[in-house]
Ligand binder design. Structure first.
Ligand code: GCB
Length: 615
């Protein structure tokens, strides 16, 4: 009996401690929300004293977790003079959210570890039986979330949204939301310890309270069916207790009003035809106001309709062959004082504005899911998007947790963005070493991707190989090529592989009948450093490399796009040269502040030509 009680108790504890995050709520910006951005109190906790006791047991999993005044998630305030409490949020310093700690204080620039964040807030629901959720755009990397001492859940991954229901724990005043964020790099994580970007830690995207009715629309897909220019197919998912309901989808501008019924699980399949709709394209990024109505709730959304397919070597947008005039981008905005992760609509306009100036119609958002504003602003501006997850270089292909982690990030990215017309490619990985376990890992990810979204194209940034020196012949030798819709690969001929003149001698042998995108090429230059084109790091060297690269790549008959590396210089701890790099990867065609290097104009001119050829 005692044994049984203990088992029940432990099960209860396990469930309550690990109560996981709530299924993702889509379209946050069009809901009833309250922002929790702004100043948060923080405590730097290098030894994780606020989480582990001296036996190194996580204090949120011990029996006295709620009464343990030294567990930082309890946000306890010393009440009697003789009490021993070794932390105090109120007396601690503040950091701005969203924002990394690294960029806000020089003392934290290189810090990788745990910070505790605490936000106090009051909240009055507009209706008693409404529900409230807290939503994080992203927190890097592992986060534990608590409200008023109650554990809401944990989240792993630095670039995907996570949300938790707080209805039962919420008070009208004096709520304490505590987040433990730890950005220590780990071998088995996704990404692993080894990358070429800065490991910004903290609450790097918006924090938002979402208030919903008891039963509400959590998530939906309203997009053109694969291969069709007028049939909309998708689903709508309700969340709550009254799951069987009537739902309406209205698109007033197209005089569409369609009724659907959800099943006992709250799921309705959506299927209707558009008449005379203007399809979304870079030249006319038309978005329709769509309303999804359940009872008297109206959820608004702007949706574009377009089709994306491949046929032989062509990429067909709305049935017409396109050339993807792209550029790779990291989620960093150095133009906004000091430089930090980009997160806002303003950041997105600044970054994507530069891509527009290059005459881009496409961006590769490397190497992880960027914030939602980037995707939405790109959609408004008529820029197609390649999204990817940080399955980067050499991760642990045979580790089940690593796979689950990658899959979780992929799933969250797809659910968040699968109504965006401009997202045309899901990328599974970047420069991963060919091996059986790796290929199996990626093939499994593809299966899940198609299950979640069978309308978009799938790719991965692969690598090239030299098979003969005389004549110089390069190929992509990777069994995974069979599984992708678009063959993409990175090549650094003229930078990591010989000097720019080498570009003139390369023969590409690409036998597979699929569109080719060059997902990366380029080389470094320090803005303002001028000299001979044979001198590395000068703008002239980079300019020459770009001239030869585009000439070389243009000889590939199936070339249908490119995303050179990269729009702007970005921070990377790998890049330590004290004069030329100063902690930045210098392969940008603009500096981190957006100043244009000579190569910018080479690419711009090439894209102007391509636009004439294809449009
Ligand atoms: C690559 C990686 C990218 C690096 C780049 C470089 O192939 O995909 O993340 O930053 O090369 O600059 O070396």
């Amino acid at each position: 009996m005692k044994q049984l009680t203990l088992t029940i108790l432990l099960t209860y504890l396990f469930v309550s401690v690990y109560s996981q995050q709530h299924s993702q709520i889509q379209n946050v910006e069009n809901r009833k929300t309250t922002s929790l951005n702004g100043e948060w109190k923080v405590i730097l906790d290098q030894y994780e004293t606020g989480y582990y006791n001296y036996r190194y047991e996580p204090t949120d999993q011990t029996l006295n977790s709620k009464t343990n005044n030294n567990a930082f998630f309890n946000d306890y305030k010393q009440q009697r003079p003789d009490e021993l409490v070794e932390y105090d949020y109120d007396l601690s310093e503040s950091l701005n959210v969203p924002g990394s700690w690294n960029s806000q204080d020089e003392r934290y620039f290189y810090y990788e570890g745990t910070f505790w964040y605490r936000k106090k807030f009051d909240y009055n629901k507009s209706k008693d039986d409404n529900r409230v959720f807290v939503h994080f755009g992203a927190t890097n990397y592992e986060s534990h979330i608590y409200l008023n001492g109650n554990k809401l859940g944990t989240h792993v991954g630095g670039f995907t949204p996570h949300n938790y229901e707080i209805t039962d724990y919420l008070k009208e005043s004096g709520n304490s939301l505590v987040v433990k964020v730890d950005n220590k790099r780990k071998l088995e994580a996704v990404p692993t310890v080894n990358t070429d970007w800065f490991n910004y830690g903290g609450i790097t995207r918006d924090v938002t309270l979402i208030e919903t009715e008891e039963t509400f629309i959590r998530e939906y897909v309203i997009q053109l069916e694969k291969g069709s220019l007028n049939t909309v197919k998708g689903h709508i998912q309700l969340d709550g207790i009254k799951l069987k309901q009537s739902i309406q989808v209205n698109i007033p501008e197209l005089s569409i009003s369609q009724n659907f019924k959800t099943d006992i699980k709250g799921l309705a399949l959506v299927d209707f035809k558009l008449k005379n709709a203007i399809l979304w394209s870079p030249n006319n990024p038309k978005l329709y106001d769509v309303q999804i109505v359940v009872n008297d709730q109206i959820l608004k959304e702007k949706i574009g309709f377009r089709s994306i397919e491949t046929k032989g070597a062509d990429i067909l947008l709305n049935g017409k062959s396109v050339f993807l005039r792209g550029i790779s981008i990291h989620e960093e905005n150095g133009e906004r004082g000091g430089g930090d992760r980009a997160y806002s609509r303003d950041d997105a306009f600044m970054i994507l504005g530069r891509a527009k100036e290059l005459n881009c119609n496409f961006v590769r958002l490397a190497h992880y899911p960027h914030n939602e504003n980037m995707i939405r602003v790109a959609e408004e501006l008529g820029i197609m998007v390649w999204e990817e997850i940080p399955v980067y270089w050499t991760i642990h292909w045979e580790n089940k947790d690593t796979y689950e982690n990658a899959l979780n990030q992929l799933t969250n990215m797809i659910i968040r963005d699968r109504n965006r017309a401009n997202v045309i490619i899901w990328s599974m990985a970047n420069e991963t070493p060919v091996s059986e376990p790796r290929t199996k890992f990626l093939i499994n990810l593809i299966g899940e991707t198609r299950r979640l979204d069978d309308t978009r194209l799938i790719s991965a940034a692969l690598e090239k190989h030299t098979i003969s020196e005389e004549p110089l012949t390069m190929v992509v030798e990777d069994p995974f090529s069979e599984n992708v819709d678009v063959l993409s690969f990175n090549e650094y001929v003229g930078w990591y592989d010989g000097l720019p003149e080498k570009c003139d001698r390369v023969n590409w042998e690409i036998k597979i009948n699929k569109p080719v995108i060059i997902s990366e090429f380029g080389g470094g230059a320090k803005f303002g450093f001028h000299g001979n084109k044979n001198e590395r790091w000068t703008e002239e060297f980079q300019e020459d490399l770009y001239k030869r690269s585009v000439k070389m790549l243009n000889k590939i008959p199936s070339l249908r796009g490119m995303t050179p590396w990269i729009l702007s210089d970005f921070r990377s701890p790998r890049r330590v040269h004290p004069v030329l790099q100063e902690g930045f990867n210098r392969k940008g065609v603009t500096s981190e502040k957006g100043e244009k290097k000579l190569a910018f104009y080479v690419l711009q001119e090439f894209y102007n030509q391509k636009e004439e050829e294809f449009d």
